[in-house]
Write a protein that binds this ligand. Sequence first.
Ligand code: ZN
Length: 443
Amino acid sequence: MKRKKIKKFLKATSFAVIFAICCGIIIQPTENNVVHSVTTSELEEKINELKKQNEDLDNQISQIDADIADSQELQNLAYQKLVNQKEEIDYLNNQIYYKEQDISDKQKAIEDLDDSIKLKEAEIEDKKQQIADLEQQNKENIYKFGQIIRVMYITSNEDVFSVLMGSQDFNDLLIRTELMKNIGEQNERFMNELLASIDDLEEKNRQLADNIVQLQAEQKKLEEEKAELEAEKADLETKCAESKTLQAQYNSDYNTYSTQIADFEAKQDNLEYQKKLNASEVADYEEQIQELIRAAQAAASGDVIYDNGEWLWPLSSKYHLITTYFGYDSWRNGNHSGIDVGNSGINGANIYASKGGEVIVAKQSYVPGYSYGKYVVIDHGDGYSTLYGHCSEVYVSVGQKVNQGEIIAAVGSTGWSTGPHLHFEVRINGVPQNPFNYVSLPG
Ligand SMILES: [Zn+2]
């Protein structure tokens, strides 16, 4: 069955241990798999080197902080300029809009004048036609008058004087004279009226022509004003284009600084990561030192480690007084989930990991009089775990990998305990088992 054997003696004189710690002589805390072939002073040296590296990293990070601050200042300036350009562009665009409105108004006025001029020109054409008609009528009148005279006097082969002289009597003369006079006066009146009409029309045409000249002058003035507005608008557009160029430049500056800052931050992240790696290495080395110290302490205490081939007795083999066994306990009037080991003088004794594994509980705080007090649980895989209760000190932390035989805590009387003892449990999938199915009682 279980062949009891003494696996390891870590016996040494206290002088040798103190010598080993002070001089950093190689100490092997466990002999199972990992051999710590380094000394405490070598570890201290590594820790100091890493701490120095981290100081350098801190300096580099601070320097980059300054670089970031510089870039941010420049970026803020670029941003301010960007905002100013945007305001200017908005202002110029407004101005351009108003100019366009003005230009459009001028254009409308010019077109209105065009229409007025065209109307006047049409009126002139109309009047010219009327004048031509009247002149034609006048010509016809003169011709008709001539015809009358011809019919009356010339066709009878007598001239006017003869007609008058040929009057048979005075009365006849008077009649003839009056007749001629009437015809003449009538015709003259009619012709005068025609001439007056023509004069009138010509006068109106002159006025219309004057009007046209006036309108054209007005139009010319408007065209000049419009050209001026267009020049102003072109000027504004040039300024706007310049502003947009600047805006693009400032925008690009802003983005450049963003990239710069991101690069700096990435560098810092890298340095921070390096720092974390170093810190974790430091923690590892510090843990190794603690292990070496505890191993030295184990050696100094003259502990004899005892196992049955697979599981270690969690204490020095000299501590093997069982004060409470696993199972029903009349004193508790209930089941005891492990074994209690309570030799006198056990307080402060080293507690060893019964098997290698990962620490899943490392309770440092506790309520006096209740539960396990300060305690450790190690997960060994395959559903197995061990629990070490009522400790005075816990040396390990959650997540830490421990080797079989590694010192994990010190015996105490914390929690529900009436005196210093180790409460030791073995569990499968959380269910307490009789530890003696796994460990053997030394001696
Ligand atoms: Zn107990």
